[in-house]
Design a protein around this ligand. Structure first.
Ligand SMILES: *Cc1c(COP(=O)(O)O)cnc(C)c1O
Length: 375
């Protein structure tokens, strides 16, 4: 059994993907070919934003957003303590300070109350200016944007939606990657919409930021290619990856249905045995991960070992909160992190195999093994 079976997806889409790759190779426009601009139009239409600017990966997408806003030294950027390293790394790379906010145990996403506590503390201390909230759509579930927008408005902050895992999710009729003032995603192969290498995208309704990001991704180019007007990155999406993504975007809604059927099957069988992931009313997840919670670390580790011994892969996303990362050792101890739900989640979470092409029989096998090996 595969944790996320990308070859099965390829087999299902093989002839169209082969054709799309062939067309790029034969066409000769390997950098910024027409497929890149086409894909950007398709993605912005899908998500419901005015602009989409593709780039080299989901980490650069976040960096491009922070650069467009001029975030740097002296700025406080609020980041969930329970996320992938990139969400906080990009903040430090720009010279700003990540402030780690606790998450909600049920949804794994940033906790609006903890966020407000952190913003107040930064303002009281007065050493930094609160600027941005990085809201991560962890494991495919959109963050609580109703509450986050309220906090952002009250304190005059911008929202950067890190939708690297969230593409395809929604709240009511609104799709993920449209909730931030700027939103980003990743096309890393294992993400909900993945390509065959690295890729990413930035979404916004704001014309000025979109123009800055389009320039920043190509060395800060001006109207003339050899007049560079700002310091930027080399962060384009390859034409080949754009062509692959065009095919996969066509299949995406069907896959989204399938992965939701798989998640419901898991929850039906597991909900009375372990803590299963919560999807609040009106929300839809794209199920980048299906993550259960066990009572403690020894129980979690024993279960993972037992699953491994019968050939079932599982992953711990994430074993270490942001505040405990070695690279952030020099940051001030900003809160009593031992009380953070994020700290406990790192000991209790376990992500099970899930993808649009998982079979019901595989789900049954995983559920039986989970239930039989709880201690
Ligand atoms: C994967 C991921 C990223 C980074 O995406 P890359 O394309 O790998 O650079 C950023 N944030 C989150 C939450 C992610 O899961």
């Amino acid at each position: 059994m595969q944790f996320r079976d990308l070859v099965k997806q390829y087999n299902a889409l093989q002839s169209q993907i082969n054709q799309a790759i062939h067309d790029v190779v034969a066409g000769g426009q390997y950098i910024m070919g027409q497929q890149v601009a086409e894909l950007e139009r398709q993605l912005s239409a899908y998500v419901g934003t005015k602009h989409c600017i593709t780039c080299a990966n989901g980490t650069d997408a976040l960096t491009l957003a922070l650069k467009a806003w001029g975030i740097g030294k002296g700025d406080a950027v609020f980041v969930p303590d329970f996320t992938f390293f990139s969400s906080a790394e990009v903040v430090a790379l720009e010279g700003a300070t990540p402030v780690f906010v606790d998450v909600d145990t049920a949804t794994f996403n940033i906790d609006p109350q903890s966020l407000e506590d952190c913003i107040r503390r930064v303002k009281e201390e007065g050493a930094m200016v609160p600027r941005v909230i990085v809201a991560v759509d962890l494991f495919g579930l959109p963050a609580n944007y109703g509450a986050l927008r309220d906090v952002a408005d009250r304190y005059g902050l911008l929202i950067l939606e890190d939708g690297a895992q969230g593409f395809g999710g929604s709240i009511d009729d609104r799709r993920a990657c449209s909730f931030g003032d700027i939103s980003t995603t990743s096309f890393f192969p294992a993400k909900p919409l993945g390509c065959y290498g690295d890729g990413g995208a930035v979404f916004t309704d704001n014309d000025e930021w979109a123009a800055a990001i389009a320039s920043l991704r190509i060395h800060g180019k001006g109207a003339d290619k050899y007049d560079n007007v700002r310091i930027g990155l080399n962060s384009r999406l390859d034409t080949l990856q754009a062509a692959v993504l065009q095919v996969k975007l066509q299949a995406f809604d069907r896959e989204l249905e399938q992965v939701n059927v798989a998640a419901e099957a898991y929850s039906r069988q597991l909900a009375s045995h372990v803590v299963t992931p919560v999807v609040p009313s009106g929300y839809r997840s794209s199920w980048a991960q299906y993550t259960i919670q066990l009572p403690d670390i020894s129980c979690r580790n024993a279960l993972q070992q037992a699953l491994r011994s019968v050939g079932i892969p599982s992953m711990v996303y994430y074993p270490k909160p942001m505040h405990a990362q070695t690279a952030f050792r020099s940051l001030d101890q900003f809160a009593d992190y031992s009380r953070y739900a994020a700290t406990r989640l790192c000991d209790t979470v376990l992500s099970l195999p899930i993808h649009p092409y998982i079979e019901q029989s595989e789900i049954d096998q995983v559920c039986r093994a989970v239930i039989d090996n709880l201690v």
